[in-house]
Design a binder for this molecule. Sequence first.
Ligand code: FES
Ligand SMILES: [Fe+2]
Length: 322
Amino acid sequence: MKRDLSLLPPFPNGWFRVCESEDLQVGEVKPVHFFGEDFVVFRTESGQAQVLDAYCPHLGAHLGHGGEIVGDTIRCPFHHWSFDGNGRCTSVPYAKRIPKRACIRHYPVCEVNDIVFVWWHDEGIEPTHEIPVLEEWGHPDWTTPVKKQFTLKAHPQDMAENLADVAHFKYVHGNDTVPPATASVDDHVFKVKLDLTYTTPRGDVPGYVDVNAFGLGFGRTRFSGIVDTFVVITGTVVDENLQEIVIRFSVKKMGDEGAEKAVEKAFTDEVTRQFIEDRPIWENKTYWERPVLCDGDGPINLLRKYCRQFYPSQQQVISQAG
Ligand code: FES
Ligand SMILES: [Fe+2]
């Protein structure tokens, strides 16, 4: 039998991280590759981050390789045609008239929690929801987030199912028990609350976990127990079955920098350990449209139903009929 992932559309719709805000300074231009396609991301002189298709409509140069910011436009390195953030050609320095078809596809961008996101939709539909501003992010009561970046050869739904798959916390991550979970769907938000036990250098710590996923590219988790911590995870599909994952960790300040650093390290190590434990399973599993579930499994079907809203409509029909 062959591993078959064809039932899951490879590129879900939604907001996906392009880069960290700090990695895109005014005047910076970068080539990026996501959703199996090439793009250019840049920040104009007025400070706006923009994403356009990579290739110039003139003779096909990649704007991310040598393109330069001029005011609020990006200038192609090949013959200096300039394009604004809407992909409209604003200048052809050696022509009397700008050709009508001189435009490039542009994508909605938002910049929230110091992350640049692009809206990806297979039918070109405008954003149907927003990325929330996280109250902990940048708040003086919380430590500056520590970031870790990973690549993952898996579909984003595999990682999302982790939230609903309560049994694996015991059998993969070594929790004493299968944690009780309550899950609900609020339009584009999947909410889960879990009771977990964390293994720390100080022994086992009871934890309460509150997760909100906003589509398949962005989620935040609040952990409370002896200390309060939070994690922000972004996942962007680079190519079919390949994702770029960034996990950001922050700790609620305790008035003792040494203790905060120790908790931050223990917490970062623990979440990273769990990711590394999950990874070989995600990277080698197949996808069953109709898995054999038992009464101890968590709300996996609810999660799957939630995910369908982000899939291209044609494939969604296939998925629902399957
Ligand atoms: S290829 Fe971009 S200006 Fe000619
Ligand atoms: Fe896991």
